[in-house]
Ligand binder design. Structure first.
Ligand SMILES: [Zn+2]
Ligand SMILES: [Zn+2]
Length: 834
């Protein structure tokens, strides 16, 4: 163990000592201080899955560096931590090992909290919350009731994503490429009753605000915009030939292409299909086709790159624009949940229609003139309308407007906006979650729980079998209750809430975590919110971040807080990779912080993770990299100890500095500039390399042999340099910096010290050397102030006494000036005799 080697700094003693001092002095406990600038720094809180590993540490190291830096810049920094404590793994552990989910969860919380403490992350632990605590979820039950009253929470039966592995429903956001986001099982669909949050009512606002979240990565905003999927177009009716009682409502984003409709398509599950099909043989064919499609997932049906299947119906549709009769199909690539569940097909300008038309031998009509040399298939670009009756000659945009006007004028249709976003299904048929506060009364129907009867506490005494269905349905003491309205016997809802509801507002609870009068104290919320810096993984780009934005807006509209958006700035860090895969327990490639800290200390881990890659990029675990970070901190320690006698002379005033002294001091102050700018921009890796360079310069400067007078100057400059280095190092290696700060004689924490400011006088370069050439040959060198004006430099060069003789018999043709570097005088040969 390196700890026993005398050539390494005593990191274990240092880290233990300062963690204790920080806790005892409450260094990171904060409260509202109106008038003082605040900074709310938050890392996505973890699921208490067992133990943390060094892959998790990256997120915390980033948040901690920002927190400590902002403190030193004078901000009142809120940096809380808690636990996203409900969820399936606890339940699965119960099934496998027979341990109660609550016991498993709280044991894991204790372990992970102890691990975080050994990392010395600057959390205000007084604010810790766990979402499985009834004192936490009672408030989201209250919000559920309020949302129910406003129609923002509602129950419906729908075809939903069902994960056979987790035995529960998944929201669309929780299905990735047809698989469960958590367990990777293939997702199937099922018709099931459940509760929904009406996130679609906020689609437009969620989309609009994407343009105002300037502190967010563009990549995340693009993913959110695409997920919301706004499309503008028209909705209108297609009459059915010979059936004046029936019409098909279609939605299209391209009403300008209506004259190119060569067929129409209904989703196989469209209710109109049963009315259109009357013949028994056709009925049978439709039933067979529906069964086939039922085996495909929604993802497969929406995939653009796979063959599309359809069944032609006997009924035919009419194009209202030109009266043409076109064939009518049911096909898998049209879904009931999107638009109206029916489309006019325009293969000339839609690739999926084009593919289908080709496969089924249907005509293709072009309604936009192709650019010269066009050889592609469907054309979706701009151009002039053709084959389109009264739209001919217009641009696509003009034709869209004209087509909608035409529909409206005839009462056939209207302009319409559609969103891809679906309402958020929040029912889970599992145990370990917050109960949905709804009661079913035989007399009163579906009744929300009365606020004074909240929380509806999750019963502890349950049999968890994993057989599917909610285990609390088998707990009579829970299920049988009284109706909040009439007092008669009634039954409780036994679904629990999606854990993404728990994490949609935890950042608000952190503002006043013990507040008993509501979900958070509005004064505290209005002081701390929004979160100034949020850090977490890109995997939450849609799920958690969209839900949290939605929930914040709902709370605003329910009158709780005047907050539009929860997160001012967002940073998504890259993954930690080891042996070619993301570091994770399931991959078996984790590095335990316990072993790591025993061998190298927490500061080395932080410096390694912040230094080895830009924080947004993936970080490859490397033992050499770890050794490098460890060596660097040891160098800082040795440099400090070797110069302690000189540092004792701190404060000795120095007059005019020598040239090497000036150069050294400039390096120190340039480093302040660089590290400060890098921290502001999250360039932690280059900030740490600037510190490496500073340490190199200090080492060189400290070991040059000098006379007595110069030695005094050196001591003074080294004192300033060490003082600066310690403060610049503090966000990255807080324990070591705190120890050195104390050894410098400071009584208070380095985190109460001010961040260093560069001295403009030190940054000034006093002179630069400019080479003067005559016809390409160096004739002299000028020492001039940096940034000197070109005209002045030219004048000084021409007037210089070493230059003038070379110009005596020549005419100057031109003078080339490279600022701060070079003056080249070009002559025209010997001057002609006067
Ligand atoms: Zn699953
Ligand atoms: Zn009742």
């Amino acid at each position: 163990m390196t700890q026993d080697r005398p050539d390494h700094y005593p990191f274990r003693d240092i880290e233990t000592k300062w963690q204790r001092v920080w806790e005892e002095t409450g260094l990171f406990r904060v409260g509202e201080e109106p008038g003082r600038p605040k900074f709310y720094c938050l890392e996505m809180f973890p699921y208490p899955s067992g133990r943390i590993h060094m892959g998790h540490v990256r997120n915390y190291a980033i948040g901690d560096a920002v927190t400590r830096y902002k403190r030193m810049r004078g901000f009142n920094v809120l940096h809380p931590m808690g636990w996203d404590a409900f969820g399936l793994p606890a339940e699965n552990a119960a099934i496998e090992n027979g341990v109660h989910p609550a016991v498993w969860t709280y044991e894991n919380i204790a372990t992970m909290k102890a691990q975080m403490k050994t990392l010395g992350i600057s959390y205000d632990w007084d604010r810790e919350v766990a979402t499985c605590d009834p004192e936490y979820y009672r408030w989201e039950q209250l919000i559920f009731v309020r949302m129910f009253e406003r129609g923002l929470a509602y129950r419906k039966s729908a075809r939903v994503n069902w994960c056979p592995g987790c035995q529960t429903v998944l929201a669309n956001e929780q299905v990735e490429a047809g698989r469960c986001w958590r367990c990777d099982s293939e997702v199937v669909t099922r018709e099931i009753d459940g509760w929904y949050f009406k996130i679609t009512a906020y689609a437009e606002e969620l989309l609009e605000w994407c343009d105002r979240l300037v502190g967010w990565p563009e990549r995340v905003l693009t993913m959110q915009r695409n997920w919301i999927g706004k499309s503008e177009g028209a909705e209108f009716d297609l009459p059915i030939a010979g059936r004046p009682d029936l019409a098909i409502r279609v939605f299209t984003t391209r009403p300008d292409t209506s004259f190119g409709m060569t067929y129409a398509v209904l989703a196989p599950e469209h209710p109109l299909v049963d009315q259109l099909v009357t013949d028994p043989a056709e009925r049978e064919a439709v039933a067979g086709f529906r069964a086939e499609v039922g085996r495909e997932t929604e993802i497969e049906r929406l995939a653009t790159d796979r063959p599309k299947h359809g069944l032609r119906l006997r009924a035919r549709a009419l194009n209202p624009f030109n009266g043409a009769e076109v064939p009518l199909f049911i096909a898998d690539y049209v879904l009931m949940g999107y638009g109206t569940g029916a489309i006019m097909a325009v293969p000339g300008e839609d690739q999926r229609d084009w593919d289908f038309a080709k496969a089924y031998g249907l005509p293709i009509i072009e309604t936009v003139r192709r650019p010269p040399g066009w050889t592609g298939e469907a054309y979706t670009g701009d151009g002039v309308k053709v084959n389109s009756g009264f739209l001919d000659g217009l641009t696509v945009a003009e034709a869209k407007r004209r087509a909608i006007d035409w529909l409206v004028a005839r009462g056939l249709g209207e302009g319409k906006v559609n969103y891809r976003l679906r309402d958020w299904g929040i029912s889970r048929q599992r145990y370990w979650g917050a109960p949905i506060p709804i009661v079913y009364c035989p007399k009163c129907g579906t009744v929300p729980e009365r606020p004074e009867r909240l929380p509806v506490v999750l019963p502890q005494d349950v049999q968890i079998t994993g057989k599917g269905g909610s285990p609390i349905a088998d707990v009579p003491a829970f299920v049988n209750t009284t109706c909040p309205r009439c007092g008669g016997p009634a039954r409780r809802e036994t679904d629990t809430m999606d854990t993404f509801v728990d994490s949609a507002w935890y950042f608000l609870r952190f503002c006043s975590p013990r507040h008993a009068g509501g979900l958070a104290d509005p004064e505290a919320v209005h002081y701390w919110m929004p979160v100034d810096q949020y850090t977490g993984g890109i995997e939450h780009a849609i799920l958690h971040l969209l839900y949290a934005r939605f929930y914040t807006k709902v709370l605003r509209d329910l009158g709780y807080f005047k907050i539009d958006e929860p997160f001012q700035r967002l940073f998504t860090q890259g993954m930690v990779i080891k042996d070619g895969a993301k570091m994770s327990k399931s991959k078996g490639n984790v590095v335990s912080p316990d072993d790591f800290i025993a061998t190298y200390g927490a500061d080395t881990g932080r410096v390694f993770e912040l230094f080895m890659a830009p924080p947004e990029k993936d970080l490859e675990w490397s033992d050499q990299g770890v050794e490098g970070a460890f060596r660097f901190l040891n160098r800082v320690w040795r440099l400090f100890q070797a110069n302690r006698p000189a540092l004792a002379e701190r404060g000795i005033p120095v007059g005019e500095l020598s040239a090497p002294g000036r150069a050294f001091r400039r390096t120190v102050h340039e480093t302040i500039q660089r590290v400060t700018a890098d921290l502001e921009d999250f360039h932690f890796n280059t900030a740490i390399s600037a510190l490496h360079e500073l340490v190199n310069s200090m080492q060189t400067f400290a070991t040059e042999s000098l006379d007595r007078a110069a030695a005094t100057e050196r001591a003074s400059l080294l004192t300033e340099a060490v003082d600066t280095l310690v403060r610049l190092l503090a966000p990255f290696a807080p324990h070591l910096a705190e120890e050195l700060w104390a050894q410098l004689g400071h009584r208070d924490s380095v985190f109460r010290a001010a961040w260093p400011e560069p001295d403009p006088a030190a940054l000034e370069r006093e002179a630069v050397q400019v080479v003067v050439q005559v016809d390409g040959r160096v004739r002299t060198r000028l020492n001039v102030p940096p940034g000197i004006a070109e005209e002045r430099l030219r004048r000084e060069a021409l007037a210089d006494e070493k230059v003038r003789p070379w110009l005596a018999s020549r005419e100057v043709a031109r003078v080339v000036v490279v600022p701060d570097r070079l003056v080249n005088i070009v002559t025209r040969g010997a001057r002609s005799p006067a």
